[in-house]
Design a binder for this molecule. Sequence first.
Ligand SMILES: NC(=O)c1ccc[n+]([C@@H]2O[C@H](COP(=O)([O-])OP(=O)(O)OC[C@H]3O[C@@H](n4cnc5c(N)ncnc54)[C@H](OP(=O)(O)O)[C@@H]3O)[C@@H](O)[C@H]2O)c1
Length: 250
Amino acid sequence: MIHLLILGGTQEASALAKVVADANLRAVLSYAGRVARPARQPIPCRIGGFGGVEGLASYIQTNNITHVVDATHPFATQMSRNAVLACAQTKTPLIALTRPQWKATEADRWRHVPDLEAAAKALQGPAQNVFLAVGRMHLDCFATQPQHRYLLRLVDAPHTPLPLPNATPVIARGPFDRAADRALLQKHAIEIVVAKNAGGDGARAKIDAARDLGLPVLMIDRPDLPQRHQATIPQQVLDWLAHCGTDRGV
Ligand SMILES: NC(=O)c1ccc[n+]([C@@H]2O[C@H](COP(=O)([O-])OP(=O)(O)OC[C@H]3O[C@@H](n4cnc5c(N)ncnc54)[C@H](OP(=O)(O)O)[C@@H]3O)[C@@H](O)[C@H]2O)c1
């Protein structure tokens, strides 16, 4: 009998949880525990790290997990690498549910950078109003460029001082709206947007809004990840489950 582990923390994982619940499949959704109140889910959830590759392998075995879906954010590289290794170790089939990345149109003014450090370096120069949409965990990188006025969008209100001296946090949870993001960028007189190439619809409003306003975007390209089976919509995960056995014979 199938017992699915969904590595989540994304809207894609929540969409899959709904599809899996509707299909009456046994599944558990795993959160890292980064946000105070994770979205309510129609399947059981667990919260917190597993303890590296060994911890995840042990969780898979102890809980008789038959299949793993990595539906983490495309920039959650450590978790994704751990999943590849733990699934190989336990011979558990693995698929990634990944959003296609965004592609620039002719109207976009993107400058590609390979990672957060490169994004921070690209901000060297006179003070600007910057919309820094990279998540709370990665603000430290930008402490090297304290001259800017930063607009941040965070899921939870910060409980510790921000590493940026001139930052305005906006507390909000996606999916976001293009017109509202356009108004937000205008209200704060934003001159440049810094974004990860997350892909998907939930976070693309700021990219569309930047295009509407002719603003430049520092686009942080996706990190490299090991080869895995890939799905882009929940139905493809169900199709994979229907055709994918498990070497452990459970
Ligand atoms: N990175 C982003 O830009 C971003 C954006 C939006 C949402 N998220 C979500 O936020 C969470 C953390 O992202 P991250 O970039 O900090 O991850 P990460 O750097 O790849 O992972 C660091 C550690 O956090 C734990 N972890 C991560 N995701 C987990 C999950 N779904 N369930 C249980 N443990 C998890 C694992 O700890 P152990 O080694 O102890 O198992 C992992 O080794 C993920 O769920 C991700 O989908 C990330």
